[in-house]
Design a protein around this ligand. Structure first.
Ligand SMILES: *[C@@H]1O[C@H](CO)[C@@H](O)[C@H](O)[C@H]1NC(C)=O
Ligand SMILES: *[C@@H]1O[C@H](CO)[C@@H](O)[C@H](O)[C@H]1NC(C)=O
Ligand SMILES: *[C@@H]1O[C@H](CO)[C@@H](O)[C@H](O)[C@H]1NC(C)=O
Length: 421
């Protein structure tokens, strides 16, 4: 109802515009952009996006080049638009910040949305192309603690998933709901890079750093297309759209999102927080890969009762409904004759909790790399029982925070010929 009212009002305003709208000045009410609720109130009360939708319908070229068209419509006789770079990274896109300089409040909020989007996408891209975070990863330490790892194309899956996971942790949103704002742009870009497959990203099998940099950088470059497509220079139909599908134009539906006008400082601080969780999650996953390469396995000991499952690093956990085992890590011994690089096929394993099996591995996992062992084991058990060897973002463990098979250390419940020292 409210929205319809504004569409009517906007139509009326367009139909009866005075010949020289340059003289017309908006009367503006203050708006609070420090929260998404505040932004929503602005969008609802001004009808800015409904107005944008109508304007897009009125342009000869429709959504093509609409920022320029809207500027010319809003500031007739004032020469060329100064907003020539709104679709480009690093381009000129600084809309006038004084509402009373606009012909309407609606125009003011729409241009301000464009300026915000431009600035936010520039920041997200810059952050994703920044390689400093790689120095913070303990790649050499992981090598020393377990073994060296060689990147492969499948890494694209988990690196992408790691960002979405991190976004969920940073915002407290479980993975079944879309992430929005700057985190959402980045997460969408990672998903796209993952969907496009490894043909577009160079996987350097000799360098963990290069491979991570290439994957994250590809997401950073993809993010730039959000800006291009949203500002009339590309296809708006593929943009991430979350709300109000009654609007006619994809561009308007895209801008009808209460995170775009949200203050950038605030949006940026959740994004940076997601980014640091991301680096941390990537590091944990590298540990998982490295342990797998070093033939560690999660072992389900069928011979131990719950009361005896009290060794360091051992957890009594449910495998299937009603079926509990004592879970702990084991490791193939040197020369264990493992076939096909499969850690569950090895002939000999070090006796767990024996003299050759240093329980210090658990301290490394928890203290150095920040694992919660119970959460880690639980996700491995879920992957083993329900997974298909692929990261699956549609199923999760740990309150929706870890996608199925994000971690993929192997698990066995077979009785093994444990190598006694
Ligand atoms: C932008 O449009 C191009 C096609 O023109 C498409 O390949 C790309 O995925 C789009 N990006 C977004 C974020 O919509
Ligand atoms: C986002 O936050 C990071 C870290 O605090 C900072 O380096 C960066 O300049 C911020 N970007 C913007 C656009 O505020
Ligand atoms: C085992 O792994 C090594 C190194 O990753 C690889 O070169 C070799 O082909 C693998 N062997 C099998 C049988 O998969």
């Amino acid at each position: 109802m409210v929205r319809l009212g504004f569409i009517t009002a906007a139509l009326a305003a367009t139909a009866f515009a005075v010949p020289s709208p340059a003289l017309k000045r908006a009367t503006c009410t203050a708006g609070d952009t420090s929260t998404t609720d505040g932004v929503q109130a602005i969008l609802d009360s001004t009808g800015a996006i409904d107005w944008l939708d109508l304007m897009l319908g009125s342009f000869t070229d429709g959504e093509n080049n609409w920022v320029t068209a809207l500027w010319q419509e809003s500031f007739p006789g004032q020469g060329a638009s100064p907003l020539t770079g709104c679709g480009d990274i690093g381009g000129d896109c600084a809309p006038d910040s004084l509402c009373s300089n606009y012909p309407s409040e609606m125009a003011y909020w729409v241009f301000r949305s464009v300026g915000n989007l431009h600035s936010k996408i520039n920041s997200v891209r810059q952050q994703l192309l920044w390689t400093g975070w790689l120095n913070g990863l303990s790649i050499d330490q992981i090598h020393d603690d377990f073994t060296a790892v060689n990147p492969e194309p499948s890494w694209l899956q988990w690196v992408s998933a790691a960002f979405t996971m991190a976004g969920g942790v940073a915002t407290g949103i479980d993975l079944s709901k879309p992430l929005r704002g700057m985190i959402g742009f980045a997460s969408g870009a990672f998903n796209e890079i993952y969907n496009q497959g490894s043909s577009n990203v160079q996987v350097d099998v000799t360098s963990v750093e290069n491979t991570l940099r290439n994957i994250v950088g590809a997401a950073g470059n993809y993010v730039a297309t959000v800006l291009t497509n949203a500002t009339g220079n590309g296809d708006p139909e593929t943009l991430p759209i979350y709300t109000y599908t009654a609007l006619q134009h994809a561009t308007a539906r895209f801008f009808d999102d209460n995170t775009i006008l949200l203050d950038e400082k605030k949006d940026n601080s959740s994004f940076i927080s997601a980014y640091s969780h991301f680096a941390n999650t990537v590091e944990k996953k590298l540990v998982d890969v490295s342990m797998k390469t070093a033939y560690h396995i999660l072992f389900a000991d069928q011979n131990l009762a719950q009361s005896d499952c009290n060794m360091k690093g051992a957890y009594w956990l449910q495998a299937k409904p009603g079926e509990y085992f004592c879970f702990y890590l084991i490791r193939a011994t040197a020369g264990a004759q493992c076939s096909n690089n499969d850690s569950t096929s090895c002939k000999f394993y070090d006796s767990p909790y024996g003299p050759r099996w240093d329980t210090g591995v658990y301290d490394k996992l928890t203290n150095t790399y920040g694992f919660d062992l119970q959460v880690y084991y639980t996700s491995l058990i879920d992957c083993y029982l329900n997974g298909k060897d692929q990261v699956d973002l549609t199923a999760t463990t740990n309150d929706g925070q870890i996608p199925r098979c994000f971690y993929s250390l192997k698990l066995t419940n077979l009785q093994r010929n444990l190598h006694l020292p």
